[in-house]
Design a protein around this ligand. Sequence first.
Ligand SMILES: Cc1cc2nc3c(=O)[nH]c(=O)nc-3n(C[C@H](O)[C@H](O)[C@H](O)COP(=O)(O)O)c2cc1C
Length: 310
Amino acid sequence: MKKKKISKPDLRVTVGGLRLQNPIIVASGTFGSSDEYANFVDLDRLGAVITKSITLNARAGNKSPRICETASGMLNAIGLENKGVEYFLKTNIPFFKKYTTKLIVSIAGSTVHEYERLAHLLNRERRVDALEVNISCPNVKKGGIAFVRDVHQSRSIVEQVKKEFARPVFVKISPEARDVEKLVHEVMKAGCDGISLINTIKGMAVDSKTRRPQLGNITGGLSGPAIKPIAIRYLYEIKQRFNIPVIAGGGIMNANDALEFLIVGADAVSLGTANFVNPQVSMEVIEELTKYLKEEKIKSVRDIIGTLTV
Ligand SMILES: Cc1cc2nc3c(=O)[nH]c(=O)nc-3n(C[C@H](O)[C@H](O)[C@H](O)COP(=O)(O)O)c2cc1C
């Protein structure tokens, strides 16, 4: 029997209790404060925005140079530069109130208490739809990947954040964890609503002329197409083992990459480095995904999720 033509495929997904109009999300730290991108992107067409990680107090970040290009990717060592939560609440929240896109606020801290305070302050602001708890930044001296490598601390962070924040909480992890599956098990037990993966992987590059590291911080986080197979592998292994909501990304540059993650089981996907290459990439991926579903006569993007055959 011939399949019926689909005029308008359904792109809606739900991840960790958060309903999105489509699965395309812009990743933390790669979309400015969103206002810079508002001229290129219709923010209201995105599934969600994940903001740059904010901390309790302002942070100056690391010494420059902070980014460098690598084969099929980039290294960054921004070091969580941001103006702190008070500034975010005063300046960024009013900006987001002009839009309806789902807002996931990324938080980072150097102690469990800092995460708890951030969750408390952000819980008061109804515009914040969800939190992404960044416990895997490779570019800070305190906290960062030390947390993702310590399941007890990770667990405490999630427990405290969940006590303070009443809406969905995602935990952002990376392969820097000693045992990714154990970590996922523990943070889910602690009550998080889903996992976000993968954050950048620590790397290093050298300038052969000066014989110095290319980054002021010496090491940085690797992102872009170079890490895509690693991200897909972790997504696959986690989805095999646990039935949990996942926002997945790492090297997604186009709709075909996004489809690979959805097929493996991502409930939504995040685009990071791609935004630097083409600020309109998120819009193009939504359009291409719609076109793909129409051409394949698939009614809903949900009919693709987790359909990998091995
Ligand atoms: C310049 C830059 C800044 C980033 N800042 C953050 C951040 O503040 N918080 C965070 O959780 N991840 C941050 N990330 C990681 C991205 O959100 C994303 O997880 C990672 O880059 C992998 O996805 P991609 O390959 O699509 O870029 C940053 C990445 C880049 C390239």
